[in-house]
Design a protein around this ligand. Structure first.
Ligand SMILES: *Cc1c(COP(=O)(O)O)cnc(C)c1O
Length: 359
């Protein structure tokens, strides 16, 4: 019998903090592919590099893994509305899961800093969207205050249900490989996902499913890199809008995850992120949003410092789909716009344009 993936709660119910009689709000999230990236392995000098392609989730990012848990539990508690601050993907996910649950969603996004793809998702799923005159960190402060004083349930990653659901990404890596990779690499914004993968690997380790925990490598954008600089960044700036976060909500959790895993934090410049964004599309065949290329960009940078031993196995979570923020693919390396060439409806002239000679 063919097996239909049932979403992360039903697939991992015995390993998640949710009771078996809690309602399950799912859109079939998780079960995403681990894609071999030989071009990237060659680039960084590793034995094997694989991408955990989280753009394949129902709303196009890993946020769905945590949202199924957070919204299911909110519904279990009788919530009629959820609220989230978002750089875009959390709002898309919250709106979709709230729609599936038949409850309301409210999303607070920083004015002018959310990609069209993500905004359109929140609108499509009928979220109440407010653009706040401030940055993401301001939105999160507001969402917290509102959830403490009004009947709206907070579904940001400060809600532990989110991290709990997101740890299933690590379970799936271990289930697919049969072991843990030497390195697990991720882009870092609020550091919820970094902390969640560590939690998943730690549980697999404690329960004897793996013999070691991967070194957790987290990368931020240079203009938004509080983990590198050791203190919050007041006005974070980067084209990688999903990780444009100056005051990470899971700061302490992530620091202990780094320590326990003997991992590290680093950063990549916007130019390095966009270079890797193009490399992943052109050489690997995986189209991600720019933020999602930050992990691979950081890995490449650190490989040039000699930090990736030959023979290593590396898994990189690529967090969101390229169609979320497609305008970057339409820009050439020099920043000019790329447009398809117009040709007449004539085979000889098309062949000439393509530089083909007749056989
Ligand atoms: C949310 C998000 C991130 C950052 O994840 P954190 O848990 O905030 O560190 C990275 N990439 C994409 C595409 C995201 O949506």
């Amino acid at each position: 019998m063919a097996h239909q993936w049932r979403g992360v709660i039903r697939e991992y119910i015995d390993r998640l903090d949710i009771s078996s009689d809690n309602p399950v709000i799912t859109l079939g999230e998780g079960g995403t592919p681990l894609v071999e990236a030989p071009a990237l392995a060659k680039l960084v000098g590793a034995e094997r590099v694989m991408l955990k392609v989280e753009g394949m989730n129902p709303t196009g990012s890993f946020k769905d893994r945590g949202m199924t848990m957070a919204v299911s539990k909110a519904v279990g508690h009788g919530a009629q509305a959820v609220i989230a601050a978002s750089t875009g993907n959390t709002s898309a996910s919250a709106a979709a899961y709230a729609a599936a649950a038949g409850i309301k969603s409210v999303v607070l996004v920083p004015e002018g800093k959310i990609s069209l793809g993500k905004l359109s998702q929140a609108v499509a799923h009928k979220a109440q969207i407010l653009q706040v005159q401030g940055n993401f960190d301001d939105c999160l402060d507001l969402a917290r205050v509102l959830s403490e004083n009004y009947p709206v349930h907070l579904v940001n990653s400060v809600n532990p249900d989110r991290i709990e659901g997101q740890k299933t990404g690590a379970f799936e890596v271990v289930d697919a490989l049969g072991y843990a990779p030497d390195f697990h690499v991720l882009p870092v914004g609020n550091a919820g996902n970094y902390s969640a993968y560590f939690k998943g690997y730690l549980e697999d380790f404690n329960e004897g499913r793996v013999k070691a925990i991967p070194k957790m490598w987290g990368f931020q954008a240079e203009g938004s890199a509080p983990f590198t600089f050791g203190n919050p960044v007041k006005n974070p700036e980067t084209i990688a809008t999903a990780i444009r976060i100056g005051n990470p909500a899971s700061y302490d959790l992530a620091l202990s995850a780094r320590e326990c895993s003997q991992g590290q934090f680093g950063f990549a410049t916007d130019a390095e992120i966009l270079w890797m964004h193009r490399f992943l599309s052109q050489e690997v065949g995986v189209f991600v949003e720019p933020s999602s290329a930050t992990g691979a960009a950081g890995l490449f940078k650190h490989s040039k410092m000699g930090e990736v031993p030959a023979g290593s196995t590396v898994v990189i979570t690529v967090t969101g789909h390229g169609l979320k923020d497609p305008m970057w693919a339409l820009k050439a390396e020099d920043g000019s716009d790329i447009e398809p060439t117009s040709v007449p409806n004539n085979a000889a002239q098309v062949a000439e344009q393509l530089g083909l000679s007749k056989n």
